[in-house]
Design a protein around this ligand. Structure first.
Ligand code: BJW
Ligand code: ZN
Length: 272
């Protein structure tokens, strides 16, 4: 069922447009909400439950150790569901901004690959035709749904295929050492890749504006990045239909859906 959201006040959008439009160094931090209008369920929203499990029960190394078949079944289901989704107007608006301004950088918590697809679409058509999508590649804090990592030798492989979860013996195995493969994502209690986190923290510290889109801002260290921007003298602008722990910190909090607000916020009248 389609949800309706309150509309952000026009004057709030104007103010935020001014802030974002006059900044050069911009960090865009996204969460699951940016993909909600593409049909990807958020983690903590009404569709966030898979069977009777909360994500916190499945996205942990302990859950994988106890029942790898169950965890792979969840990831296989998500791969299939996300694989059928397309980027929405919010992904496109962000892709266009990062192509226009090389100091506007995207840091995402999402593992769905939709930002990358939007960049590819922008590079294959429209005003940014011919640009290399990798020029504006997002920093992925929590990994990818479409990559596996070996539990034995750490070997990583791109994998968009279905997962055979009939038994533990049929689960994906490493081509190098035959150990069990796992989704190459960051689970609760696992450290983020230190280089990736460092890069995101540096961007947060030097950003004039940190634009936070579609995250409940409950999961750290991602949710701490906008604090770094604030502490370094920058401002935080939030886009979310619901208030979050970051709302109090934000100079402007736009209540509404990312697919509606981001094109209004980020699109300039004449693109190069
Ligand atoms: C819309 C919309 C529309 C709807 N438009 N918006 C500091 C304080 C407290 C705790 C900690 C702390 N530091 C670390 C911790 C512990 C833990 C943590 O944060 N726990 C909290 C829950 C309390 N963090 C960790 O464990 C992290 N690791 C770590 O810090 O390690 C330290 C260490 C160092 C060295 C060695 C060992 C350890 C790792 C966190 C990993 C999170 N992983 C997951 C799963 C990824 C894989 C997968 O996808 O399966 O990442 S959990 C899940 O949550 C996923 C998401 O990326 C992440 C954030 O969720 P997100 O994106 O915010 O989604 P939702 O659903 O929560 O929110 C959606 C929002 O969209 C809502 O607000 C809606 O309103 C909005 N929305 N429709 C715009 N149309
Ligand atoms: Zn291996």
């Amino acid at each position: 069922m389609e949800r309706t959201y309150p509309l952000a006040e026009a004057h709030q959008i104007d103010r935020a447009r001014q802030l974002v439009g006059s900044a050069r160094r911009i960090l865009i931090l996204t969460g699951a909400g940016v993909s909600a209008e593409s049909g990807v369920p958020t983690f903590r929203g009404p569709d966030g439950m898979w069977r009777k499990f909360r994500p916190e029960q499945l996205a942990t190394p302990e859950a994988f150790q106890a029942d790898p078949r169950l965890v792979w079944e969840w990831y296989g289901w998500r791969r299939e569901r996300v694989g059928a989704c397309r980027p929405n107007a919010a992904h496109a608006a962000i892709a266009h901004l990062t192509f226009r301004n090389e100091d506007a950088r995207l840091v995402t918590q999402n593992v769905d690959g939709l930002h990358e697809l939007a960049l590819e679409e922008a590079a294959s058509e429209g005003p940014f035709k011919g640009d290399s999508a990798s020029r504006a590649s997002p920093i992925r804090l929590h990994g990818s749904l479409f990559q596996t990592r070996c539990t034995g030798c750490d070997h990583r492989t791109l994998d968009r295929g279905p997962v055979d979860v009939r038994s533990e013996a049929s689960l994906p195995r490493c081509s190098e050492c035959a150990a069990l493969l796992r989704p190459d994502v960051v689970w609760f209690g696992e450290g983020l890749d230190p280089e990736i986190l460092q890069a995101a923290m540096r961007l947060a510290e030097r950003a004039e504006v940190c634009l936070v889109v579609g995250t409940s801002a409950l999961v750290h260290p991602a949710a701490s990045l906008p604090l770094l921007t604030r502490e370094s003298g920058g401002v935080v602008v939030e886009v979310n239909p619901e208030p979050t722990p970051l709302t109090a910190l934000a100079v402007s909090s736009l209540r509404g859906s990312a697919g509606k607000i981001l094109p209004e916020l980020l699109t300039v009248s004449a693109e190069p």
